[in-house]
Structures are given as structure tokens and as C-alpha cells.
Design a protein. Sequence first.
Length: 439
Amino acid sequence: MKYRNLGKNLLAGLAISASGSAIAAGSAVDELLKALYQNGTIDKATYELVQKAAKAEDEQNRTQIREISVAESHKAAGDALAKSKAGKPTVTMGGKIQLDAGAVNEDIAAHNSGTEIRRARFFAKGTLDKDWGYKLQYEFASTKEANIDGILDAYIDYKPLNIRIGHFEEPFSLQNMTSDKYVTFTERAMSNIFTEGRNIGIQHIRTGDNWMIAGGIFGDGRSSSSETTDEGWGVSARGTIAPVNTENQKLHLGLSLAQRYTGDDGELNYSDRPETHITSKKIVSTGNIKAHGLTRGALEAAFVSGPWHTAAEYYHTDIDRNDAGLSDLTFTGYYVETGLFLTNDQMNYSGKGGKFGKISPNGDNGAWQIAARLSNIDLNDADITGGEADSLTLGLNWFATPSIRFSANYVNILDVDGGITTTPGDNPEAFTLRSQVAF
């Protein structure tokens, strides 16, 4: 009995040992178990029970080892892949084509009608590694007015500090920062001539879920003014906030400010068509104005509620003239627009970007939208009679897919007062059709 109790105590110790290390067949512990069984210290049932428990634990340990090994192997492979992707350049390519056809109902002055490729652009963008991004965009349609030889965007982004360096759009105004692919009408309101467009510069931007602020320092365009004169430079800043930014309702408020020194050339010129690009005839124009610089501001607001939206902006520009004998000038402009989707869709607004974006139709038949806009521009002040014009635009949009859009616009120039290079009192009407593909 004494030896049998000793064997049971020894067996208990072996069981404890087996909990940390499984009993392998042929080991010293296995041989001891056999001896205890053969001399009758433990019975057959006890011997088989301990053997079975040991083998089960041994298999469990092996499975755990395999699982750990596989997990560590996968983690190592994932880390290596992530590291490889972080350092490997990427590229995404896209573009857009806008084809316009239009007719102008002349009033006094002659206006041309016809067709044109309004825009044909191609871009490549991506990352150079995890910290650096880039974009290059080229315009294949005529860019003689922009005087940039086809190059639109050409910049790099340093993501950790949200810094952009290169040739890109100065931050100013809601309609200006919203891509021409996504604005409500085929052309922006006449007051958009007060924006600076694209220039070479450096910009810093900060964003949140419902706000953004961007500011930068900019030179002129892609090329220097001349070999002997200094080009102009300026600063631009824009801030927006969306105090209401739910799925069904959006309230947008924004402010843009800019100041620019005109450089040694010291000239400004503001002019615009009757909110259609088909005609090349300008209905307002200041001609060349000698100036040291200018200060610009814009107030913006927009509201989206389900399928309905409205947006408005007011522009104010002060011009500091060179000649002390001439008074400084103030030009203004504004627009108010509204739109209604006839389908179960709504304007796509980004609080983080402070602008409107791509429409993705909810139904199989696309998204249908009707819209109206009233706009004004006043280029009359002191001795400058560049003209004051009021315009009414009606629009119909069909977003067939997220990438395909068709638009029809009717433009009625309600009144034109002045205009030194235009025909006074010219009130033309225009009808424009656009087909757009963006990819």
C-alpha cells in the first residue's frame, strides 16, 4: 500500500510536470510510467489515462506553435508589404472632355454661335512615398487666355505639414474652388473674374470634418513677365465652416481675402462674356488700368436641404492706382443660385474641402436637376466705365452616371450699363448645350 501511494504521488507530480511540457513517447518519463504500470504500482486504466492526456496536450502545443508561427510569418510579410508600398511611387490617371454647342440671339453687337471643345484635360496624380504627393494636369484645348501653354496643375504635396508647392489654384471663392465639372451651370457667374486663378506659390492648409482654412504666397503665372521687369506677387487665404453638416442638411459659410502687388508692369484688366464661352464678344470690359496693386474679398454662403440647394457670393475689389491724380477704384459683383433635384438626389458637399463635389445618381435613370441663377458685375467707378451687367441663367442638368453629364443653359443678359470696349445697352440671349465625360 505504501508503494502504491508513493506511485500515486509520483503520478500526480508527473501530471503537474505534463501541464507545462507534454510527455513524448520514448522519453524518460514515458519509460517510468511503463515501469510503474508493469510492477503494479498503477493500474492499466491510470496508465492509459495519463498517456492519453499527455498526447492530447502535446498535439495542442504543436497546434499553438504552428498558429503562432503562421501569425508571425503573416505579420512579417504584411509589414514588409506595407513598407514596400509606403516607399513605392503610385500614379492615378484621369481627365475630362467638355463639348459645347450654342447659339447667341444678338441684340445690338454681333456675337458668334457654334461649337467648341471647352475643355480637354488629362492629369496624373499619386504619391512619391508615404509623405509626398504630386499632381500634373495638362489642357489640350485652347488655353491662350490663361497664357500657361496648356499646363494647369503642377505641384507636390508634403503631407505631414499639409504644404503644397507648385502651380495651382489660389484659395478664393466657393464657385472658383468647386471644379468646373461640378458647378451647377456650364459657366461660372461673371463675378468669377475677380478670382486670381492658378499661379506659382506655396500654400498651407488645415482641415477638419466641417471646416477648412488655406493660405499661401503666390507669384504670377508659369512664366516670368519679361526679362527686365519684376513680376507681381500676392497672398490669398480662404476659410470655411459648416455649422450644420448632416446627411440631409448642410450649411456652408466662408470668407476669402487676397492682396496682390502688380509688379513692374502694373496693369489690370477685367472683362467677361455673357456667361457663355461660345461667343468671344465681351459685354463688360475695363480696358487696361495702371495700378500698384489690389485687395480682394469674397463672402460666401450655401445651404443644402435634401434635393434643394442655394448658394450666394459677394465680391469686393479695391484697386490702388499708380497715378496720384486718379482716384482708387472699387469693383463689385455677386450671384445667387438655387437648384432642385427632381430625383432622389442632392448636392454633394464636402465640409472638409468647403466646396461641392461629384454627383452620384441614386437611381438607374440618373439624376435630374433644374436650376436658376441671378448674377451681377459692376465695373463702373470714377473715370472707368467698364460696364455693369445683370444676368439671369436657367439650367437643366442630367447626371446620367457619376462620370457622364449633359447640361442645357439659357442665359439672358438683362441689362448692361456702360462698357468702354463694348456696345452700350447690348442685351444678348444665349442657349448652350454641353456634353461632359469625366474619368
